[in-house]
Design a protein around this ligand. Structure first.
Ligand SMILES: NC(=O)c1ccc[n+]([C@@H]2O[C@H](COP(=O)([O-])OP(=O)(O)OC[C@H]3O[C@@H](n4cnc5c(N)ncnc54)[C@H](OP(=O)(O)O)[C@@H]3O)[C@@H](O)[C@H]2O)c1
Length: 326
């Protein structure tokens, strides 16, 4: 396992991060025995970054993670989030502070290592969709800074979802980290894509963020599981998932993912999942590659892929051909 600094936060994180969301689902839908075994196993294997949010299982993920880590006396880095609802936009500072207090309680901690704004961003607020404006972000930043001064949070960041140009502007907010959607289907956050590319162009958000010293956390590395090449869902996983910045359905993403089977056929990787994870790990600006985990077996496969490191350089030419032909 490799370890990389999380930007200028002063934190160092494992190259593989444990996604505690509902998509993988073990921290939300797993039995207590199963999820505790998974967390303990991940820590034994060297994982030091766990990513959760109040909205994952409506508090369940934070609660289960907090309990498991307390039992293990584990000293790992936990990142959580705050998602502001429409009714909270009248007093953003208070809503952020309340959410952080609730997360601290559920996680059984005195200080959060990392708090991230969960809402996507656009030029204007879209309350019905939960998207915030840059003016809202300024208020969230003020709230995060006071919580930092009060010692409640150690570092803070943003979510790299929303309108691309606005996300690039938000990099100047003082944020210390950003979560960026980056995978084989839509690599635009880290690789230039052609003008006719069919999905949202994040315009190398990862590179621009890293240049400013933000720590980058890669998300949707397996396109919520579509990059397994199979539409089957594990019983612990969310049974229905919305694609982010890729096809218009999970089934469409699964079909798209099969274009990358050639990486396996050419012998660059032994499975599509391995290829997808190694592609992201190969981007040095990514501090940690989050994978949503449904089972210990899936964790072990992700770990093996991370430990293999970047795809061989010859695979890059093959990938360019696929992306240029989309
Ligand atoms: N900031 C945000 O708004 C945001 C958004 C999304 C995710 N995240 C973070 O990223 C984490 C990861 O979630 P994600 O949505 O990005 O999902 P992901 O990691 O792209 O995909 C996770 C899915 O991949 C499949 N998978 C994992 N390992 C596999 C293996 N070895 N073989 C076959 N399939 C495998 C599983 O599907 P099955 O369960 O069906 O087998 C799992 O549910 C979340 O927990 C969260 O922490 C953040």
């Amino acid at each position: 396992m490799h370890y990389r600094p999380l930007g200028k936060t002063g934190l160092t994180v494992s190259g593989l991060g444990f996604g505690c969301g509902a998509v993988g689902g073990i921290l939300v839908n797993g039995t207590q025995t199963e999820l505790r075994r998974a967390v303990a196993h991940a820590i034994e294997c060297g994982i030091t970054y766990f990513d959760t949010a109040p909205s994952y299982g409506n508090g369940q993920s934070e609660q289960n993670l907090g309990l498991a880590l307390e039992e293990l006396h584990a000293n790992v880095i936990v990142g959580t989030k705050v998602r502001l609802g429409t009714e909270e936009l009248g007093n953003i500072e208070q809503a952020v502070a309340q959410s952080v207090e609730q997360s601290l309680r559920r996680l059984r901690r005195d200080q959060l290592d990392l708090i991230q704004l969960h809402n996507p961003l656009d030029l204007e607020r879209h309350p019905q969709r939960g998207w915030l404006s840059l003016a809202d972000v300024a208020q969230v930043v003020a709230a995060f800074q006071s919580l930092q001064q009060a010692g409640k949070v150690r570092s803070w960041g943003l979510n790299g979802l929303g309108h691309s140009a606005v996300l690039h502007q938000a990099l100047a907010s003082g944020a210390q980290t950003i979560q960026a959607c980056f995978n084989l289907i839509n690599p635009s956050a880290g690789i230039p894509v052609p003008p006719n590319f069919p999905f949202q162009d994040y315009q190398q958000l990862i590179d621009r963020a890293a240049e400013r010293g933000l720590g980058v956390i890669a998300i949707r590395v397996l396109a919520a599981g579509a990059l397994s090449g199979s539409a089957d869902r594990h019983p612990n996983a969310a049974q229905s998932v919305e694609p982010i910045a890729s096809g218009n359905s999970f089934a469409a993403d699964v079909a798209w993912a099969r274009r990358f089977d050639t990486l396996v056929a050419e012998g660059y990787a032994s499975s599509l999942v391995e290829a997808a994870i190694r592609f992201v790990v190969g981007k040095p600006e990514v501090a940690t590659t989050l994978v949503g985990i449904s089972s210990i077996g899936q964790f072990d496969q992700a770990l093996a892929a991370v430990n293999q490191g970047a795809l061989p350089p010859e695979a890059a030419a093959q990938l360019q051909t696929i992306w240029q032909s989309t």
